[in-house]
Design a protein around this ligand. Structure first.
Ligand SMILES: C[S@@+](CC[C@H](N)C(=O)[O-])C[C@H]1O[C@@H](n2cnc3c(N)ncnc32)[C@H](O)[C@@H]1O
Length: 273
């Protein structure tokens, strides 16, 4: 969250619409993309698949299963690192992201690695793909917690998945929302209600314009959302902080990670006919 906080913004918790969220987050990711890739690019790996700040990879967790020969969509693909990993493992992956600048980084990595991820600029709530196009849809901290109309986003995933298809996504672990977003001691004391879904909002001090938004859903909210769209939950992976991992990413740190989960990876399947 506050990983990228410039000095001229103030933080609030207040309701925001889908269009406000999108108007804020697209330009925010455009502004932040260069710094994000410079700071985290080596950790992510140009053709690497990392599920979260704990550093667990798809090679370790095997959340997607064998992707060879499958049609795969990554929603909130950023510079396409995960989708590039899928390509190197025989999958036909495609990227989708709201941020033009993130997609420019994806093109740069396509050229540098020689593995291209065809990508489109679009939003998670209106996927520009035909019904039943993909065997797998996934997000690694991409898009879902930035979307207000999450019902539309999950409905879109359910629509583009083929029968029996898999939806896997990582988000900030819902229990983290009780704590200040601080990697140090202050981040260990619960200060706000787990059940308060009021979005985290950054507002530009000078203009009063909303410049960044994140949305919170509880564990139960996610289960109900998936079920409502015919996606049956088959796993909930809560990766433990690795023994020798010492990297701080925003509010994620060894201090907190050894006590509380920082990432939740949901795995669900579309029904078979
Ligand atoms: C934390 S980054 C994750 C990207 C990539 N998975 C990674 O690990 O670097 C979140 C991405 O979600 C994208 N995003 C935010 N809101 C979105 C939306 N409504 N639709 C599609 N992408 C969105 C951002 O532009 C950003 O690239």
């Amino acid at each position: 969250m506050e990983d990228h906080l410039p000095q001229s913004v103030r933080v609030e918790r207040r309701p925001v619409t889908e269009s406000e969220s999108r108007r804020a987050n697209g330009p925010d990711w455009d502004r932040y993309a260069d710094e994000y890739q410079a700071t985290h690019g080596a950790f992510l790996g140009d053709a690497g698949f990392v599920w979260g700040p704990e550093g667990h990879t798809e090679d370790e967790l095997r959340v997607l299963g064998d992707v060879a020969g499958l049609d795969v969509l990554e929603v909130g693909s950023g510079a396409g690192q995960c989708s590039r990993w899928v390509r190197t493992h025989g999958g036909r992956s495609y990227g989708l992201d709201l941020s033009h600048r993130q997609l420019q980084h994806s093109l740069r990595l396509d050229a540098e690695t020689g593995t291209s991820v065809p990508s489109v600029r679009a939003t998670a709530t209106a996927l520009p793909f035909a019904t039943a196009s993909f065997d797998v849809v996934f997000c690694s901290f991409g898009a879902l917690q930035f979307v207000s109309d999450i019902d539309d986003a999950v409905a879109e995933v359910a629509r583009v998945l083929r029968p029996g298809g898999r939806f896997a996504f990582s988000v900030t672990h819902p229990t983290r929302w009780m704590f200040p977003d601080d990697p140090g001691e202050p981040g260990l004391t619960a200060t706000q209600s787990y059940w308060d879904r009021t979005p985290y909002v950054e507002v530009d001090d000078a203009s009063g314009v909303v410049s960044y938004v994140e949305h919170h859903r509880t564990l139960g909210d996610w289960v109900r959302l998936l079920t409502a769209h015919g996606l049956g939950l088959t796993d909930l992976v809560e990766p433990e902080w690795p023994e020798h991992h010492d990297r701080v990413w925003g509010g994620w740190s060894r201090l907190r990670g050894r006590l509380t989960p920082g990432t939740a990876i949901f795995v669900a399947h579309a029904a078979r006919p």
